[in-house]
Structures are given as structure tokens and as C-alpha cells.
Write a protein of this length. Sequence first.
Length: 392
Amino acid sequence: MEQQQQQVVGILGGGQLGRMMVEAANRLNLKVLVLDKTGTPAFDLCANADGHVVGDFRNPDSVETLASRCSVLTVEIEHVNADALESAAKKHGVEVRPSAQVVRVIQDKYVQKCHLEKLGVPVAQYVDLTAGSEERDIVAAGFGFPVMLKCKTLAYDGRGNRVVKTERDIANSIASLGGGPSKQGPALYLEKMVPFVKEVAVMVARGANGSVASYPCVETIQKDNICHVVIAPARIDGKIQNRAREIAEQAVKGLGGVGIFGVEMFLMPNEDLLLNEIAPRPHNSGHYATEACHTSQFEQHLRCVLGLPLGSAEMKVPAAGMINILGAADMQETMAPCGRSMTVPGATVHLYGKKETRAGRKMGHITVVAETLSTLLKRMDAILGGTSLSSP
Ligand code: ATP
Ligand code: MG
Ligand code: MG
């Protein structure tokens, strides 16, 4: 531990995930430096670290400045400049965890799918689309309608996705993502629409020595493509939960990832699981772990990155949940669930310090723990005010 306390972890990105990594680092007296613009959530918190790098995590010079001040680099967002990360790390002799190559594979969702398929991980049917002739390729794919059109890169919160309802909507859907005949737009690919019964996720931690700890399989409920509610463990058969963990571990091991990874999956009506995508960092579906598991995902990530032994990923309470505080019409409406949670036992509020709210913006989250699932759902319903989770 003493040895790790002398190391400096450089984090590309200062969003809420970076902020919560800083929180975990502060408690353990581990030194971290953040690279991002000022005013981002992690910058407010950097009590134990001078020398943050104000800059852009996609800019090679900024990444190099960070690398020159650290012993190990990591990311809190996948949309970084993987080439800059690789060359800066090489030049300054620092480790990158997860590696730039792992980030490179994951940040292009099409490349990620190809990689997962090669590993034998089950995924939805997908096909590449050629720039300029996407329309023809979509028809030729024969996936039927509706069908899911996705940007390969820079995707988050479903913003790079369009559901193409009928053949007549193809051109409009491509254009609304900025693609089309000009060949200048973002590269796109196509996925077959998956008629899932639930979405589930597993956080997988993999240490520098290859040791693996996976967290329980959780259920995720999205609102307008954004994760809104998480229930842990998922309300599904234990055998399916174990299979989800196995698939998630297989995917992360196969990638050679080091650090914590969020693995999103679809549960099909026939109980098959299909992997949707992987995040090479802490993930919304792992926030519940801070109060509900022996080791939070943020501490676990730092342990992986610094070569410390992994902590237990098991739950220390029978049931837990998480509600995202998503931007609503104004700050008052956005924060209403926090107000309601104040009198709910087992609820813990985490706010990210964002000064402005926008529709769907992640402003914070609330974790809830309980002795039974039914108590958990009642507590979560009280915080949600009006939505009922009590029936699956
Ligand atoms: P994130 O914020 O999780 O990174 P993203 O922008 O990368 O999101 P995806 O995870 O690809 O987007 O998709 C967002 C949501 O859209 C999924 O959680 C799921 O609800 C739905 N979705 C994605 N792909 C499919 C599919 N092939 N069939 C059905 N629904 C899908
Ligand atoms: Mg994504
Ligand atoms: Mg996703």
C-alpha cells in the first residue's frame, strides 16, 4: 500500500466517474491527477492533488503533460485519443490501464462487436455499412424493420442510435445521424433489433496480474435510452445471473482488459444472453456497489490500475438499487427525487456538482439498500414518486 501511495494515477476525463475515482483515492490517500477542462465534476474535489492538467483529453500535448507527471494512466471515458495515449505513455515510460489498444477496440462499437464475435461471445446480428451507400447496404442486410442504426464512435446515452421503423425511413434516419451520400458524416453500422425481455449488466474487475472479480448481475432500466434505474441483484433466475457473469468475464479476459469494465447485456425471451456493449471504465450500473458491495467500483478500479489485490465484489446487503438523477425541466424538478429520499431509510445521495441542468443530463444518483427486495422496491418507488417498480 505504501508503494502504491507513492505512485500517481493520471485520469483522462474529469466527469462524474473521474470525480468518484478521486473520492475513492482521497480516502486511501492515493494521489491522482485529472486531465480535463476546469469546472468539470472531478476538479472540484481534488483536495490531495496539485498539478491537475487543464486541457483536452483528446489533445496529444495535454495527454503528454499528464503522462509526464504520472506513473500510470487510466480513463474515465472511452472517447479519448488512443494514439496520443499510447505514444505519451511510451515516451514517459508509464503504464496505461486499460491499455490504449483495449480502449481503441472498445471505442469503435463496430470493431468491438467484431472482436467479441471472434472471442465467441454472443452478440446481436450486425453488419458494416459503406460510407455513401448505407441505404443500399441496409436493404441488402435483410434484418427487417424496425432495425437499429448506430454510429460506430463517440456514442453515449443512445445519441448515436436511430431505430429505422420502415424502409421509407432509411434515408431520414441516416441523415439525422449526419451520415449519407456526402461520405463526410460519421461511420455507421447496423444491428438487428433485439426483442429483449430485460437489460442486465455485470461489472468485471481485472487486475494487472490477470485476477478477476465480477460483481453480481444487475437489472438496468433505461428511460429514453439513458440508464435510469438499477436493481441488484437482477430479478432473474440465479442460473442466468451466473451465465451473465461468465459471459462478461469471458469478454473482459478475451480483450486483455485491466481495470473495471461495465458489460451491458440483453436477456432474450428464450433466456439466451446477448452482449450489447462494454465500457472500459466504471459504469452507471455499478454505482449501487458503493453502498451495497464490499468494494466500490471506483476503489476496485484504482486497485486494478495500481496492482493492489482486488477487493470482494459481493454484496453486503440482500437487495440494493440505484436511481439516476436525470436533468428535467429545471433544477428544482431535477432534484425532487433527492428531496424525497431524505426520509427514506437506506438511501444515499451522490451529487456531481454540475451547475446547469439539461434534459437527460446525469446530475447525480441515489443508492438504496434494503433487507428484502419488496422493501427495496417500496423505498425506490417513494423516491421516484409516481413510477412503480413493484411489478417487474
Ligand atoms: P451508453 O450510454 O450505454 O454508452 P450508447 O449510446 O452506447 O449508450 P447503446 O448501449 O448501443 O447506446 O444503446 C442504448 C440503448 O438502446 C440500449 O441500452 C437498449 O435499450 C437499446 N438498444 C441498443 N441496441 C439495441 C438493439 N440492437 N435492439 C434493441 N434495443 C437496443
Ligand atoms: Mg455506449
Ligand atoms: Mg449502452
